[in-house]
Design a protein around this ligand. Structure first.
Ligand SMILES: [Zn+2]
Length: 83
């Protein structure tokens, strides 16, 4: 099973985008998560293990198309639950 999630991401200027991530929640298999971002200029990536959404955003180093700020994007109002 792969679970897909979407969470809002917001720049300090107010520009918003969406973080997509998928995680492998199959028991007895390697844990991984795959992230990508929409609405910001950033690189998706995949890791073994888990990250918080803020850690994933830092990893993607997103650039805001509205104000040009780099890595000022934070998770939106809905936080990823648990670790
Ligand atoms: Zn911005």
């Amino acid at each position: 099973m792969t679970t897909h999630w979407k969470e809002p991401a917001v720049c300090e200027c107010g520009h918003t985008g969406v973080v997509h991530w998928a995680e492998n929640d199959q028991p007895f298999s390697r844990q991984w998560e795959r992230y990508s971002i929409e609405g910001f200029d950033g690189q998706g990536f995949e890791i073994a293990g888990t990250l918080t959404l803020d850690e994933a955003l830092a990893q993607m180093n997103p650039v805001c198309p509205a104000c040009g700020a780099r890595a000022k994007v934070r998770a939106g109002p809905h936080k990823k639950v648990g670790r």
